[in-house]
Design a binder for this molecule. Structure first.
Ligand SMILES: [Zn+2]
Length: 55
C-alpha cells in the first residue's frame, strides 16, 4: 500500500483566491478586495459594503 497526500491544501488556497472580489464601502467610498459573506470596510469598519464587478 502506498500513502499519498499533502498536496490537497493547494486547492484551498486557489479557491479562496478565486472567491475574492472587489467591494466598495457605502460609507467612506473605500474600495478593497475581500471574500466571504460578512465583510467590513478596512478603513472605517462599516458593514455597508457592496460588491463591485471589475473584470
Ligand atoms: Zn469605509
Amino acid at each position: 500500500m502506498c500513502s499519498v497526500g499533502g498536496e490537497t491544501y493547494d486547492f484551498d488556497i486557489k479557491e479562496l483566491d478565486a472567491d475574492a472580489k472587489y467591494y466598495k464601502c457605502g460609507d467612506c467610498g473605500n474600495e478593497f478586495k475581500g471574500f466571504g459573506r460578512k465583510l467590513k470596510c478596512p478603513a472605517c469598519h462599516s458593514a455597508r459594503v457592496s460588491k463591485v464587478s471589475e473584470e
